[in-house]
Design a protein around this ligand. Structure first.
Ligand SMILES: C[S@@+](CC[C@H](N)C(=O)[O-])C[C@H]1O[C@@H](n2cnc3c(N)ncnc32)[C@H](O)[C@@H]1O
Length: 299
């Protein structure tokens, strides 16, 4: 990574101390190639085109590549800006192709949270939205279009860089700050920082990893066992998020166990707390559940 790119990216990161800064610089200088994340037509052609016919044929691709190719063909549903601005570039990892929240859904989520907070008479100019697990920026970008301050957190530096570059697509990079690292290791320092600077977190949002396509294999998705990859399950996630804001929104699998959701809500909050669930559809297909807690959002 060249010096200027490094400086620009570092200026977007929340960094707590010198040791953390040195670790990140080392990571970026020696184990990181921003060019490999840039999606260009040329790269796509050489990766997915059938070399004999020159025509893309998903049957000749590996299962993983065929899946990614399908998402590539639908890339405008992920970031519509690519359609209106043909000269702009997208930044993705293989994992992000199927992890980024499609734009119609992220737009709905941001609009919904914005309307609720506006209704609660919050000063939205001073309100921060945290997007924990920001991935490639699908949700962060839509939040930043509505709110002047959005913090994206991810433990994958490549994903964080994609959020940074993709937010440039929508010209919202000045409204986005990023935090690198495992949420559960950084939460205390981040909380201290926000408290010291007198900032108010209007809402913590997260679309955590669901554990790959296998999430659909069982009838009911176990919100403790299967969300284990991110902080040991839903109870831990909610216990952590509620330190930052009373308003919490999670995007969870459509087959989430609702009995479990209700029990966890009672355990983490109290008997009177309600969890609002919105069934989110796109193109007629149920994509997931938007689960919400907090008096500004559930009323
Ligand atoms: C489903 S993706 C989020 C996609 C994102 N909402 C978007 O629209 O681009 C989940 C993300 O969580 C991140 N992640 C997983 N465990 C994490 C942790 N402990 N702390 C922070 N981020 C984590 C992954 O690197 C991945 O980018």
């Amino acid at each position: 990574m060249n010096h200027f790119e490094l400086k620009d990216f570092l200026s977007k990161l929340i960094i707590f101390d010198e040791n953390e800064l040195l670790d990140i610089i080392n990571l970026l200088q020696y184990n990181f190639d921003p060019e490999s994340l840039k999606i260009t037509d040329k790269k796509i052609k050489s990766r997915f085109n059938n070399t004999e016919t020159g025509i893309s044929n998903s049957k000749s691709l590996s299962k993983q590549d065929a899946r990614i190719y399908k998402y590539y063909l639908n890339r405008y549903t992920i970031f519509s800006k690519l359609q209106t601005n043909k000269s702009c570039c997208l930044y993705m990892t293989d994992e992000l192709w199927y992890s980024v929240t499609p734009e119609d859904i992220s737009l709905f989520i941001a609009d919904y949270i914005y309307s609720c907070l506006l209704n609660s008479k919050k000063d939205l100019n001073k309100t921060i939205i945290i997007d924990c697990c920001c991935g490639g920026g699908g949700n962060t970008i839509q939040f930043a279009k509505k709110f002047p301050n959005c913090i994206g957190v991810d433990n994958n530096i490549e994903h964080l860089y994609c959020t940074y570059k993709n937010s440039e697509l929508y010209n919202v990079q000045d409204r986005v700050l990023l935090k690198y690292g495992d949420w559960f290791k950084k939460e205390d320092d981040l909380l201290n920082l926000l408290n010291q600077t007198g900032n108010c977190v209007g809402c913590v949002f997260s679309s955590p990893p669901w554990g790959g396509p296998e999430y659909l294999l069982s009838e009911y998705y176990d919100l403790e066992k299967n969300l284990n990859g991110f902080g040991g399950g839903l109870t831990n996630i909610l216990m952590s998020f509620k330190k930052f804001s009373k308003n919490i929104v999670l995007f969870l699998p459509k087959n989430s166990n609702l009995v479990q959701l209700s029990e966890i809500t009672e355990k983490v909050f109290d008997k009177d707390t309600r969890c609002r669930i919105i069934y989110v559809k796109s193109n007629g297909y149920l994509k997931g559940l938007l689960c919400m807690w907090g008096e500004d959002i559930v009323f």
